[in-house]
Design a binder for this molecule. Structure first.
Ligand SMILES: *Cc1c(COP(=O)(O)O)cnc(C)c1O
Length: 369
């Protein structure tokens, strides 16, 4: 006999309290629901240029062999990454998006009674993986929308097992100076795993980009995560990687699913890594688009948070949620960030010049109405 049962009560405590991640709206959904044809998605920090032709050729080639399981060790891609980062392949772990690496860290190091620490306005996946593991999430207030490293250091207790830092940070776009960041990492107890999330690493100007991979030799508790989803334009394939000590990588490898990266993603990432010209074009589009949006905001009298990434958070005021909806009605998808305690802001991904124009003209029409 079936008796009614509250399944939520069967879920582990951490999951009972979880609120699912809210992704940016897909273009097809907005077209379907609002009956629009022209839709610009500036909501998920994707590369507006898309992948290069070499990536597409590599995927076509790899598609010949999808009857086989992928190379579960990711040998060729790890070799290419190792050579680029001047590390050993044993220091690299591949993830189904860098989000999977965040989850592997939580599953490897967190449990009830332990805590993970991160900043206010930090990436939503940190509390998600922490709570799912049943651990406590300690949120440290930010200063001027940026990580307050001194306050974060002071908030560490014996229960703290993981610290998450995003540099540059999403959704603020703020960045940390290399020296301050390394000082922070060196100040951590050896028992605290420091996850340095560099999803937007490539967008930082060379002069400002910390040479973080060189720190790994000194800090066996450091794990750097990067992704092919942003600057490399492969968000749909789900592939990211981490750099760490071999010991840390070996632990994550125990928890990882044997074939977590599919063969098309492996081939595409390898090809993307080899196509520096495409990466440079992508970075240039981003610089131009950032300038275009900043100019537009200036003309509208709006302020924004200076960003080192491929998005920008603009302060539109108390009715940001309404403006978000009105932009949607005009076919422009951006991201409301009230859930990041930034209720007056909208986060806008840098698009092509045409997409940026679409957004700016829609915003101008709304604000002038
Ligand atoms: C986009 C993003 C990621 C990861 O995305 P994946 O597609 O899973 O690689 C990680 N951290 C931050 C801060 C991000 O914005």
């Amino acid at each position: 006999m079936t008796t009614s049962i509250n399944l939520v009560e069967l879920a582990v405590a951490g999951v009972q309290r979880l609120v699912p991640y809210q992704p940016g709206k897909p273009i097809s959904e907005v077209q379907r629901e609002l009956g629009l044809t022209r839709v610009s998605k500036l909501a998920s920090n994707e590369n507006p240029l898309g992948p290069g032709s070499k990536v597409l050729a590599a995927i076509t080639q790899a598609a010949q062999n999808i009857t086989r399981y992928p190379d579960g060790s990711g040998f060729a891609l790890k070799a290419a990454l190792a050579s680029q980062c001047q590390l050993a392949p044993e220091q690299i772990t591949l993830g189904n998006g860098s989000n999977e690496l965040l989850e592997l860290v939580a599953r490897t190091f967190l449990q009830p009674g332990l805590a993970a620490l991160f900043s206010q306005h930090a990436f939503a996946v940190y509390p998600l993986v922490t709570q799912a593991a049943g651990a406590d999430a300690i949120v440290v207030p930010a200063t001027d929308y940026s990580h307050d490293l001194d306050a974060m250091r002071a908030a560490i207790t014996d229960a703290t097992r993981v610290v998450f830092i995003a540099n540059p940070n999403n959704p603020t776009g703020t960045w940390l100076e290399a020296k301050a960041l390394e000082n922070f990492i060196s100040s951590l107890p050896a028992s605290v795993i420091c996850v340095l999330d560099e999803a937007y690493h490539e967008y930082q100007p060379e002069t400002r980009r910390p040479h973080s991979s060189a720190w790994l030799a000194k800090y066996p508790n450091l794990l750097i995560t990067r992704t092919f989803s942003k600057a490399y334009g492969l968000a749909g394939l789900r592939i990211g990687y981490s750099l760490s000590s071999p010991e840390l990588a070996e632990l994550l490898n125990r928890v990882r699913q044997p074939f977590n990266i599919n063969s098309l993603a492996l081939a595409a990432a390898e090809a993307a890594l080899a196509d520096d010209a495409h990466l440079q074009r992508s970075l240039q589009i981003n610089r131009d688009g950032m300038w275009q949006l900043e100019q537009g905001f200036t003309e509208l009298g709006l302020s924004w948070l200076p960003s080192a990434a491929n998005f920008i958070s603009v302060r539109v005021g108390d009715n940001a949620g309404v403006i978000y909806q009105q932009l949607l009605a005009k076919g422009v998808i951006v991201r409301p960030v009230a859930n990041y305690q930034m209720p007056e802001f909208l986060r806008v991904s840098i698009g092509t010049a045409e997409e940026n124009r679409h957004f700016l003209s829609a915003l101008t029409a709304l604000l002038k109405a």
